[in-house]
Ligand binder design. Sequence first.
Ligand code: BGC
Length: 468
Amino acid sequence: MSTTLHPTARSGASSYSRVHIVLTSAIAALAGLLFGLDIGVISGALPFIAKNFQVGDQMQEWIVSSMMVGAAVGALGSGWVSRVIGRKVSLMIAAALFAGASAICAFALNPAMLIAGRVLLGLAVGIASFTAPLYLSEIAPRTMRGALISLHQLMVTIGILAAFLSNTAFSGAGDWRWMLGVIAFPAIAMLVGLIFLPRSPRWLMSVGRREEALAVLKKLRGDEQTIQTEMREIDEQLKVEFEGWSLFRGNKNFRRSVWLGVLLQIAQQLTGINVVMYYAPRIFGLAGYGSAHDQLWGTVIVGAVNVAATFVAIGLVDRWGRKPILYTGFSVMAIALASLGTLMHVGITSPSHQYAAVAALLVFIAGFAMSAGPMIWILCAEIQPIKGRDFGIAVSTFVNWVANTIAGATFLTLLNTLGHAQTFWLYAALNAAFLLMTLWIVPETKGVSLEQIERNLMAGKALRRIGQ
Ligand code: BGC
């Protein structure tokens, strides 16, 4: 392909670039959607799997959390994989794994095969949850970068809702195989879509394929000056890139931002969000709704509230700032879970108690979706210095999945050993603790440039002040 710009290329390239940006966003949407589908599907399938394979609580915990174990490994390994083979091919591998693993789960002959399928599915989720936002940030025009992080979270919630709806649709016949298998279709659509996407220009330059990078940028940007500026910037950034691990060992200030990312992701998961996502029907059962039909419709409402409240976060994040939103969210979640625990303690014996329990659960979900859901991902992307961004985000994403695994793998055991009320009280107390964590160490980053945050971090300012 010629590398000089044709006189009419400007207009042609800009219509080209619009198409590419729409396509790119669609792929972002599919990666987020698959992430959400896989989080959402298991709650509806689990009761039928348990019945079909005759498995108890411990095996059920393993079936749920095997995917998260795979995701943790996938997230950690994907920094290396996406550097060696590129972002686009990594995403294609993730899409193929999504499709293949969904089929393995759908045809599982026994619990062991199901667990193996879910570990593979997890690898796909882990790779996608790291690589998709990275690819997007490298390919999107600068002005769209922030919006894409929120868009990604919104698509996760839509994926969860879609899974809850599909669970409900297949529940009449108790068809857990279709619930798990149907995810192969969007995965195949993603694989096909990816074939047409360009490689990341930043990655191409990092492996010395400048001509190809230039050709991609011509398709995506369309104006010669923007292209030249961007290539210069990429050259500059590449000089300091991939220093994550040595920076972590040698720089105490970078270690602080990595630990902050780790802490934020632990807090996000230990709010208890995925306990509800994975075991929602069981929780509706505890709230007195006995039939599978009621329980599945209950989860659909949970999914819808999760999507709706995410819009609240998107609308508020650049007006209120991150900290006021997190204060509100952690308080709402602590109060809602404490109320749910108290209702279980006194006994859910009347319809009014049942309504109150469902209301508490929905308030909890809304509290999460309007705060810690998107806010933690945004903060984790904002606090890392440029030299350590890939490393810092890979580590915090890895920890997100480890904490997710721990929450998923212990919930039923907690219910059985601590008791129902006590388990919800424990999560309420954790949310109260995260409120204090926000007060003491979380920075406010609203409206501050990433360069300013980096300067403050590296100058050794207290973490809660690096946004000033
Ligand atoms: C979390 C997921 C969670 C989802 C719920 C995301 O931000 O990382 O673990 O299931 O929100 O909407």
